[in-house]
Design a protein around this ligand. Structure first.
Ligand SMILES: [Zn+2]
Length: 287
Protein backbone atom coordinates (compact mmCIF):
# COMPACT_ATOMS: atom_id res chain seq x y z
CA UNK A 1 0.00 0.00 0.00
CA UNK A 2 2.97 2.25 -0.30
CA UNK A 3 3.37 4.55 -3.22
CA UNK A 4 6.94 5.67 -3.56
CA UNK A 5 7.51 8.85 -5.43
CA UNK A 6 11.18 9.38 -5.79
CA UNK A 7 12.25 12.63 -7.25
CA UNK A 8 15.85 13.04 -8.14
CA UNK A 9 17.63 16.31 -8.30
CA UNK A 10 19.31 17.04 -11.61
CA UNK A 11 22.94 16.03 -11.49
CA UNK A 12 24.19 18.04 -14.41
CA UNK A 13 24.83 21.21 -12.51
CA UNK A 14 27.99 19.99 -10.82
CA UNK A 15 29.65 22.85 -9.11
CA UNK A 16 33.37 23.25 -9.64
CA UNK A 17 33.65 26.60 -8.05
CA UNK A 18 35.38 26.71 -4.69
CA UNK A 19 34.03 28.74 -1.81
CA UNK A 20 30.38 29.58 -1.28
CA UNK A 21 28.01 26.63 -1.74
CA UNK A 22 26.07 26.75 -4.97
CA UNK A 23 22.31 26.47 -5.14
CA UNK A 24 22.66 22.89 -6.42
CA UNK A 25 24.77 21.92 -3.41
CA UNK A 26 22.29 23.47 -1.00
CA UNK A 27 19.47 21.67 -2.81
CA UNK A 28 21.23 18.32 -2.52
CA UNK A 29 21.90 18.89 1.15
CA UNK A 30 18.22 19.71 1.76
CA UNK A 31 17.17 16.66 -0.25
CA UNK A 32 19.52 14.43 1.77
CA UNK A 33 18.14 15.83 5.04
CA UNK A 34 14.60 15.27 3.82
CA UNK A 35 15.39 11.66 2.95
CA UNK A 36 16.93 11.07 6.39
CA UNK A 37 13.73 12.52 7.80
CA UNK A 38 11.67 10.06 5.78
CA UNK A 39 13.75 7.17 7.09
CA UNK A 40 13.32 8.29 10.66
CA UNK A 41 9.62 8.97 10.27
CA UNK A 42 8.09 6.23 8.12
CA UNK A 43 5.10 7.27 6.06
CA UNK A 44 2.02 7.58 8.17
CA UNK A 45 -0.07 6.30 5.28
CA UNK A 46 1.08 2.73 5.91
CA UNK A 47 -1.45 2.07 8.62
CA UNK A 48 -3.25 4.03 11.24
CA UNK A 49 -0.76 6.85 11.63
CA UNK A 50 1.42 6.90 14.72
CA UNK A 51 -1.27 8.78 16.68
CA UNK A 52 -3.92 6.18 15.91
CA UNK A 53 -1.69 3.29 16.98
CA UNK A 54 -0.68 5.07 20.14
CA UNK A 55 -4.28 5.88 21.05
CA UNK A 56 -5.28 2.21 20.63
CA UNK A 57 -2.33 0.95 22.71
CA UNK A 58 -3.01 3.53 25.40
CA UNK A 59 -6.67 2.56 25.55
CA UNK A 60 -5.80 -1.16 25.80
CA UNK A 61 -3.30 -0.45 28.57
CA UNK A 62 -5.95 1.41 30.56
CA UNK A 63 -8.23 -1.65 30.38
CA UNK A 64 -5.72 -4.25 31.56
CA UNK A 65 -6.00 -5.94 34.92
CA UNK A 66 -3.17 -5.26 37.36
CA UNK A 67 -1.95 -8.82 36.94
CA UNK A 68 -1.85 -8.70 33.13
CA UNK A 69 -0.17 -5.35 33.27
CA UNK A 70 2.56 -6.66 35.56
CA UNK A 71 3.21 -9.67 33.31
CA UNK A 72 3.26 -7.52 30.19
CA UNK A 73 5.60 -5.02 31.84
CA UNK A 74 7.93 -7.90 32.67
CA UNK A 75 8.07 -8.83 28.99
CA UNK A 76 8.48 -5.21 27.89
CA UNK A 77 11.38 -4.82 30.32
CA UNK A 78 13.50 -6.89 27.91
CA UNK A 79 13.80 -3.63 26.00
CA UNK A 80 14.49 -0.86 28.50
CA UNK A 81 12.01 1.97 28.20
CA UNK A 82 9.56 0.03 26.03
CA UNK A 83 5.83 0.50 26.67
CA UNK A 84 2.75 -0.74 24.86
CA UNK A 85 2.48 2.73 23.34
CA UNK A 86 6.11 2.86 22.22
CA UNK A 87 6.00 -0.56 20.56
CA UNK A 88 2.72 0.16 18.76
CA UNK A 89 4.37 1.55 15.62
CA UNK A 90 7.31 -0.88 15.49
CA UNK A 91 5.67 -3.13 12.87
CA UNK A 92 5.42 -0.22 10.45
CA UNK A 93 9.02 0.74 11.09
CA UNK A 94 10.09 -2.86 10.40
CA UNK A 95 7.81 -3.28 7.42
CA UNK A 96 9.40 -5.16 4.55
CA UNK A 97 8.28 -6.84 1.35
CA UNK A 98 7.78 -10.11 3.24
CA UNK A 99 5.63 -8.58 6.01
CA UNK A 100 3.74 -5.85 4.11
CA UNK A 101 0.70 -8.09 3.59
CA UNK A 102 0.38 -8.67 7.33
CA UNK A 103 -1.12 -5.20 7.75
CA UNK A 104 -4.29 -5.55 5.65
CA UNK A 105 -6.52 -7.77 3.55
CA UNK A 106 -8.71 -7.19 0.54
CA UNK A 107 -12.36 -8.06 -0.01
CA UNK A 108 -14.02 -8.00 -3.41
CA UNK A 109 -15.91 -4.76 -3.92
CA UNK A 110 -19.67 -5.23 -3.98
CA UNK A 111 -19.62 -8.62 -2.24
CA UNK A 112 -20.95 -9.22 1.26
CA UNK A 113 -17.72 -8.91 3.28
CA UNK A 114 -17.80 -12.56 4.38
CA UNK A 115 -14.30 -13.66 5.25
CA UNK A 116 -12.96 -16.86 3.78
CA UNK A 117 -9.35 -17.56 4.74
CA UNK A 118 -8.74 -19.65 1.61
CA UNK A 119 -9.70 -16.70 -0.58
CA UNK A 120 -8.85 -13.59 1.43
CA UNK A 121 -5.84 -14.76 3.40
CA UNK A 122 -3.92 -17.28 1.31
CA UNK A 123 -1.23 -18.97 3.42
CA UNK A 124 -2.18 -16.76 6.35
CA UNK A 125 -0.58 -13.86 4.58
CA UNK A 126 -2.90 -11.06 5.67
CA UNK A 127 -3.72 -9.07 8.77
CA UNK A 128 -6.15 -11.70 10.10
CA UNK A 129 -3.61 -14.51 9.67
CA UNK A 130 -0.96 -12.38 11.26
CA UNK A 131 -3.09 -11.57 14.33
CA UNK A 132 -3.96 -15.26 14.73
CA UNK A 133 -0.32 -16.36 14.42
CA UNK A 134 1.09 -13.75 16.75
CA UNK A 135 -1.65 -14.35 19.33
CA UNK A 136 -0.71 -18.04 19.40
CA UNK A 137 2.99 -17.23 19.86
CA UNK A 138 2.28 -14.69 22.59
CA UNK A 139 0.11 -17.16 24.51
CA UNK A 140 2.65 -19.96 24.15
CA UNK A 141 5.65 -20.79 26.28
CA UNK A 142 8.06 -19.58 23.61
CA UNK A 143 11.16 -17.74 24.84
CA UNK A 144 10.46 -14.23 26.17
CA UNK A 145 12.17 -12.52 23.24
CA UNK A 146 9.87 -14.31 20.79
CA UNK A 147 6.80 -13.49 22.82
CA UNK A 148 7.83 -9.84 23.02
CA UNK A 149 8.21 -9.74 19.24
CA UNK A 150 4.77 -11.33 18.87
CA UNK A 151 3.33 -8.72 21.22
CA UNK A 152 4.88 -5.94 19.14
CA UNK A 153 3.15 -7.28 16.05
CA UNK A 154 -0.13 -7.81 17.88
CA UNK A 155 -0.36 -4.34 19.41
CA UNK A 156 0.00 -3.01 15.88
CA UNK A 157 -2.02 -5.48 13.82
CA UNK A 158 -5.08 -5.59 16.07
CA UNK A 159 -5.28 -1.84 15.51
CA UNK A 160 -4.70 -2.14 11.76
CA UNK A 161 -7.56 -4.57 11.20
CA UNK A 162 -9.91 -1.99 12.74
CA UNK A 163 -8.85 0.74 10.30
CA UNK A 164 -11.74 0.27 7.86
CA UNK A 165 -9.56 0.67 4.78
CA UNK A 166 -7.23 -2.11 5.93
CA UNK A 167 -10.05 -4.47 4.99
CA UNK A 168 -11.17 -2.64 1.88
CA UNK A 169 -10.86 -3.34 -1.81
CA UNK A 170 -7.89 -4.27 -3.96
CA UNK A 171 -8.98 -2.21 -6.96
CA UNK A 172 -8.00 1.07 -5.30
CA UNK A 173 -5.48 -0.45 -2.90
CA UNK A 174 -7.56 0.21 0.18
CA UNK A 175 -8.33 3.78 -0.81
CA UNK A 176 -4.68 4.65 -1.48
CA UNK A 177 -5.54 5.33 -5.11
CA UNK A 178 -8.72 7.28 -4.33
CA UNK A 179 -7.50 10.85 -4.48
CA UNK A 180 -9.37 13.46 -2.47
CA UNK A 181 -9.14 17.01 -1.24
CA UNK A 182 -9.22 17.34 2.53
CA UNK A 183 -8.15 20.02 4.95
CA UNK A 184 -7.00 22.24 2.13
CA UNK A 185 -4.71 19.78 0.41
CA UNK A 186 -4.65 16.83 -1.92
CA UNK A 187 -4.44 13.43 -0.23
CA UNK A 188 -6.11 10.05 -0.54
CA UNK A 189 -8.90 8.31 1.33
CA UNK A 190 -6.56 5.81 3.01
CA UNK A 191 -4.35 8.56 4.41
CA UNK A 192 -7.44 10.46 5.53
CA UNK A 193 -8.49 7.52 7.72
CA UNK A 194 -4.96 6.65 8.82
CA UNK A 195 -4.13 10.08 10.09
CA UNK A 196 -5.80 13.21 8.75
CA UNK A 197 -9.11 12.71 10.56
CA UNK A 198 -7.18 12.02 13.76
CA UNK A 199 -4.60 14.77 13.37
CA UNK A 200 -7.34 17.32 12.66
CA UNK A 201 -9.67 16.17 15.43
CA UNK A 202 -11.42 19.19 16.92
CA UNK A 203 -9.85 19.78 20.32
CA UNK A 204 -6.85 17.61 19.47
CA UNK A 205 -5.75 14.39 21.14
CA UNK A 206 -7.19 15.15 24.60
CA UNK A 207 -10.65 15.52 23.05
CA UNK A 208 -10.23 12.34 21.00
CA UNK A 209 -9.08 10.42 24.09
CA UNK A 210 -12.17 11.57 25.96
CA UNK A 211 -14.42 10.56 23.08
CA UNK A 212 -12.79 7.11 23.02
CA UNK A 213 -13.20 6.70 26.78
CA UNK A 214 -16.90 7.55 26.45
CA UNK A 215 -17.47 5.33 23.41
CA UNK A 216 -19.36 2.09 23.52
CA UNK A 217 -16.38 -0.10 22.65
CA UNK A 218 -16.96 -3.70 21.66
CA UNK A 219 -14.81 -6.20 23.56
CA UNK A 220 -16.04 -9.33 21.85
CA UNK A 221 -14.89 -10.23 18.39
CA UNK A 222 -11.72 -11.61 16.90
CA UNK A 223 -9.71 -10.45 13.90
CA UNK A 224 -12.15 -12.06 11.46
CA UNK A 225 -15.06 -10.16 12.99
CA UNK A 226 -13.04 -6.94 12.96
CA UNK A 227 -12.09 -7.38 9.29
CA UNK A 228 -15.69 -8.03 8.27
CA UNK A 229 -16.85 -4.98 10.23
CA UNK A 230 -14.18 -2.85 8.55
CA UNK A 231 -15.25 -4.08 5.13
CA UNK A 232 -18.89 -3.25 5.89
CA UNK A 233 -17.95 0.27 6.94
CA UNK A 234 -15.98 0.80 3.74
CA UNK A 235 -18.97 -0.56 1.79
CA UNK A 236 -21.41 1.86 3.46
CA UNK A 237 -23.10 4.57 1.46
CA UNK A 238 -21.10 7.78 1.67
CA UNK A 239 -17.85 6.26 2.91
CA UNK A 240 -16.30 7.16 -0.44
CA UNK A 241 -16.90 10.91 -0.48
CA UNK A 242 -18.90 12.21 -3.39
CA UNK A 243 -17.15 14.90 -5.38
CA UNK A 244 -13.83 13.69 -3.93
CA UNK A 245 -14.02 16.49 -1.44
CA UNK A 246 -13.98 15.95 2.29
CA UNK A 247 -15.51 18.73 4.31
CA UNK A 248 -17.01 19.24 7.73
CA UNK A 249 -20.06 17.16 6.79
CA UNK A 250 -17.92 14.06 6.08
CA UNK A 251 -15.94 14.62 9.25
CA UNK A 252 -19.10 14.94 11.35
CA UNK A 253 -20.79 11.97 9.74
CA UNK A 254 -17.85 9.61 10.26
CA UNK A 255 -16.38 10.86 13.52
CA UNK A 256 -18.41 8.45 15.67
CA UNK A 257 -17.28 5.54 13.48
CA UNK A 258 -13.66 6.59 13.82
CA UNK A 259 -13.93 6.81 17.61
CA UNK A 260 -15.71 3.47 17.75
CA UNK A 261 -13.05 1.74 15.64
CA UNK A 262 -10.20 3.11 17.74
CA UNK A 263 -11.82 2.27 21.08
CA UNK A 264 -12.99 -1.16 19.94
CA UNK A 265 -9.48 -1.94 18.68
CA UNK A 266 -8.15 -0.97 22.12
CA UNK A 267 -10.76 -3.00 23.99
CA UNK A 268 -10.17 -6.09 21.89
CA UNK A 269 -6.40 -5.70 22.16
CA UNK A 270 -6.78 -5.69 25.93
CA UNK A 271 -8.77 -8.94 25.70
CA UNK A 272 -6.10 -10.56 23.49
CA UNK A 273 -3.35 -9.53 25.93
CA UNK A 274 -5.35 -10.68 28.96
CA UNK A 275 -5.98 -14.10 27.45
CA UNK A 276 -2.30 -14.53 26.56
CA UNK A 277 -1.30 -13.69 30.12
CA UNK A 278 -3.94 -16.11 31.44
CA UNK A 279 -2.40 -18.84 29.27
CA UNK A 280 1.02 -18.20 30.83
CA UNK A 281 -0.21 -18.81 34.31
CA UNK A 282 0.90 -22.14 35.62
CA UNK A 283 -1.58 -24.01 37.79
CA UNK A 284 -1.41 -22.90 41.40
CA UNK A 285 0.56 -25.33 43.59
CA UNK A 286 -1.64 -27.65 45.60
CA UNK A 287 -1.63 -27.35 49.38
ZN1 LIG B 1 0.32 -1.42 9.86
Amino acid sequence: MIDCNNERAGSSAVAHSIGLPTLAMVWRLLLALAMVGLLIHPRAAQAWGAQGHQLVAEYAESRLSAQARAEIDRLLALEPGATLVSISTWADEKRSASTAAWHYLNFPRGADCSYDAAIHCVDGNCVVGSVERQSAILASNAPDAERLKAMKYLVHMVADVHQPLHAGFADDRGGNKFQIQAYGRGTNLHALWDSALIDNWPGGMPALRMAMAAADAERDGDAVVAAQESCRIVSSVGFYPGGRKVGADYEQHWSATLVQRLSTAGARLAVVLESAVAAWQTPAPKN
